[in-house]
Design a protein around this ligand. Structure first.
Ligand SMILES: NC(=O)c1ccc[n+]([C@@H]2O[C@H](COP(=O)([O-])OP(=O)(O)OC[C@H]3O[C@@H](n4cnc5c(N)ncnc54)[C@H](O)[C@@H]3O)[C@@H](O)[C@H]2O)c1
Ligand SMILES: [Zn+2]
Ligand SMILES: [Zn+2]
Length: 334
């Protein structure tokens, strides 16, 4: 099969022939129909993820059709249209049995722990735990974004941030994660403040429901102190701005990765009773609530996809993320 292969960190990957994944017991192999290009792929390519072993195939936001079913997998058949959370959980550990597959210590992530979906085929381990059936009317391109950025934002806004109608929510960074958060928080009835350096991203944020759009340096007090701040970029500066802006007892949700760490003003966290909350992916069992909101028209993840590219265009698109972030979500069709 053809795949995007990273042989050295930070060096342009190449598209070449590699062996197809084997169909192990408990897993399935998917024919990749669409796969999203996410900032986390760029972090991996840059060498920020210690799980990656070179040579490596990135790609963790995927949708496809089942091409082969491993021994012991029931309920799934060749040809089924599916997606999966990027966190493929084991289903058997204490965290999984409590329903918190997103923090499973045995988790395997395609495109990080093993070869991912920037390829014609990809494996999904622990298939019965992690496969999500796609509604018939959802395109593969739309579904690809659900596995990471949209689902991650759904959990971050709804389950971790517990955003409710009437609350003010500031979203810092309006890439795929941030724009998803804007759309989801708006649909929940929040007054959303979108902050981004890129005016094109802010224009999209408006169409997804943001009531206010600001370019940094943003003075949030002009709008009013938010109940919830979301770092959808991964920036120590943003964390500091967010903690300064929050109302007393406000919640900060951290989605963006911070490979260099961050200094927290713990005195302010205590004195103002602020919550600093990490959020990581979303388990497969939580998808139906999100998919029902899509089916009812309250959420429109299809609107987030602004660009579709081929496998051959992927190495350059990945490398370009060093300097720019195109507004909206880019989807690859292998
Ligand atoms: N926690 C999780 O489970 C999880 C899941 C998916 C992605 N992530 C991480 O979330 C982060 C966002 O991912 P993405 O794919 O949306 O990234 P992205 O690069 O597509 O988007 C980042 C956005 O931030 C904007 N930006 C840049 N500098 C800014 C500044 N100073 N102030 C405000 N905005 C600024 C950019 O213009 C861009 O629109 C990444 O760190 C990614 O690795 C985490
Ligand atoms: Zn991602
Ligand atoms: Zn587990």
């Amino acid at each position: 099969m053809r795949a995007v292969v990273v042989s050295e960190y930070g060096v342009l990957p190449e598209v070449r022939e590699v062996a197809e994944p084997s169909v192990d017991a408990g897993s399935v192999v998917l024919k990749v129909e669409a796969t999203g290009l996410c900032r986390s792929d760029w972090h991996g390519w840059m060498g920020h993820d210690s799980d990656i072993v070179l040579p490596h195939v990135p790609g963790h936001e995927l949708a496809g059709t089942i091409a082969a079913v491993g021994a012991g997998v029931s309920g799934w058949a060749v040809g089924d249209r599916v997606t999966t959370p990027f966190i493929c959980a084991c289903g058997r550990c204490e965290q999984c049995l409590e329903g918190n597959q997103q923090v499973c210590p045995n988790q395997l992530q395609p495109g990080f722990n093993y070869w991912g979906s920037f390829a014609e085929y990809v494996a999904v381990p622990y298939a019965e735990v992690n496969l999500v059936r796609l509604p018939d009317d959802m395109t593969f391109a739309t579904a690809a974004g659900l596995g990471c950025r949209f689902a991650t934002s759904f959990r971050a806004v709804h389950q971790v941030g517990k955003v409710t109608a009437g609350e003010r929510v500031a979203v810092f960074g309006c890439g795929g994660v941030g724009l998803s958060a804007v759309m989801i928080a708006s649909a929940l009835g929040a007054e959303v403040i979108a902050i981004d350096t890129n005016p094109d991203a802010l224009a999209l944020a408006r169409t997804y429901g943001a009531a206010h759009t600001l370019q940094p340096p943003a003075d949030l007090t002009e709008v009013g102190r938010p109940h919830v701040t979301i770092d959808a970029l991964g920036s120590s500066d943003i964390v500091q701005q967010a903690l300064q802006a929050l109302r007393p007892r406000g919640r900060h949700v951290q989605i963006g990765l911070l490979p260099a760490g961050v200094n927290l003003d713990v005195g302010r966290l205590i004195g103002q009773e602020l919550s600093w909350l990490g959020s990581h992916g979303m388990p497969a069992h939580a998808y139906p609530e999100m998919l029902n909101l899509v089916a009812s028209g309250n959420l429109n993840p299809a609107d987030l996809v602004t660009r579709t590219i081929t496998l051959d265009e992927t190495p350059a698109a990945l490398a370009a993320l060093t300097h720019t972030t195109p507004a909206g979500v880019t989807v690859i069709t292998p």
